[in-house]
Ligand binder design. Structure first.
Ligand code: NAD
Ligand code: ZN
Ligand code: ZN
Length: 336
């Protein structure tokens, strides 16, 4: 594989937002590192929160945090991977040594805070990515395309982790608010866990898709027949005050609200209601390396079929505008 010395990519700075650069260096892997040739990289709504709403993950880095590709070069002392291996990145990029990483909870590694792939540290909106810690890669099964693998690293991984953390089971009656990139996969995962799934989604096309993806009930607004306090868990893939309030109203006593979305910098809750009905609020962040292995298996077995379309990476700015205007369904990934 011949590797160029420079490449194009999209760099984010707080001052200038996202900018196309044609002369980014392709970095050489040092001992313990490897170089990845990007096969596909997904666009997430979190990118919009960073670029337009001040979600602060650091400054001056190549964005793009849903990444899959081929190992293009390995540094000395890399034993687990060889050139040509197909892999995907575990975004939280854990250090591998702290108590969280040792305890299979590497998604909340404090050392790696702000050192996440494509959010603080360099990510996939470029042609080649230096991977400093190959422990934060998982193998992509042979029957899973890079396009699907890239989307799986967040748009499937994040809802999988959230649904597992909330202990969804066959007796669960689940509400999903927002059926976009993450929510569409959340429906399929919750169905794979055996739950009843009700979806609340403001956009007609996304509601139609939610039905096709297996949701039991799909609404633009909840009907009077659904009484407050009736869902065992409410997954909020929007997480603005109005959607959080709705989740608090419709979650049952002892139920769980999971605000997965990052739509508001702060949310408030009705404390007396929370206390009297012993409602839980569960924060969830991305997913662990072990979760991503599970996700690759679910996708490989066809139990979750992410809705993915692809475009050339140079078209990223147009698709950012489209996502801002809520103008497509499912996930878009880019091939550099
Ligand atoms: P998306 O834009 O693809 O999907 C959002 C969906 O919500 C759209 O279908 C939209 O029509 C719908 N929607 C918006 N407002 C609504 C409302 N008031 N009521 C009902 N439906 C509404 O976004 P995505 O990429 O799926 O990301 C969803 C959220 O999850 C974002 O806020 C993102 O930042 C966040 N996120 C969090 C994590 C985490 O680790 N916690 C990881 C990834 C993404
Ligand atoms: Zn994301
Ligand atoms: Zn760690």
């Amino acid at each position: 594989m011949s590797i160029p010395s420079t490449q194009y990519g999209f760099v984010y700075t707080k001052q200038n937002g996202l900018t196309l650069k044609n002369d980014l260096p392709v970095r050489k892997p040092k001992s313990g590192q490897l170089l990845l040739k990007i096969g596909a990289v997904g666009l997430c709504h979190s990118d919009l929160h960073v670029i337009y709403e001040g979600l602060d993950c650091g400054d001056n880095y190549v964005m793009g945090h849903e990444i899959a590709g081929t190992v293009a070069a390995v540094g000395e002392d890399v034993t687990g991977y060889k050139v040509g291996d197909r892999v995907a990145c575990v975004g939280p990029n854990g250090c591998g040594e702290c108590k969280y990483c040792r305890g299979s909870t590497d998604n909340v590694c404090k050392q790696a805070f702000g050192d996440w792939f494509g959010l603080g540290n360099d990510g996939g909106y470029q042609q080649y990515l230096l991977v400093q810690r190959p422990r934060n890669l998982v193998r992509v099964p042979g029957n899973v395309s890079f396009d699907v693998a890239a989307a799986s690293t967040d748009a499937v991984l994040t809802p999988y982790h959230a649904i597992k953390m909330a202990k969804v089971s066959p007796t669960s009656n689940v509400l999903m608010v927002g059926a976009g990139g993450l929510g569409g996969n959340a429906i399929q995962i919750a169905k794979a866990f055996g739950a009843k799934v009700t979806v609340l989604e403001k956009k007609k096309e996304a509601r139609d898709q939610a039905k096709k993806l297996g949701a039991d009930e799909v609404y633009e607004s909840l009907p009077g027949s659904i009484t407050p306090g009736s869902f065992s868990s409410c997954f909020d893939f929007v997480s603005v005050q109005a959607t959080f309030d709705l989740c608090q109203k419709f979650v049952e006593p002892k139920g769980i609200i999971v605000p997965v979305g990052l739509g508001a910098p702060k949310l408030s809750f009705d404390l007396s209601d929370l206390a009297l009905r012993e409602v839980q609020i569960l924060g969830t962040f991305w997913g662990t390396t072990n979760d991503l292995d599970d996700v690759m298996q679910l996708v490989s077995e066809g139990k979750v079929k992410p809705v993915v379309q692809s475009a050339n990476l140079k078209e990223l700015p147009e698709y950012i505008d489209k996502l801002r205007n809520n103008a497509y369904e499912g996930r878009v990934v880019f091939n550099p």
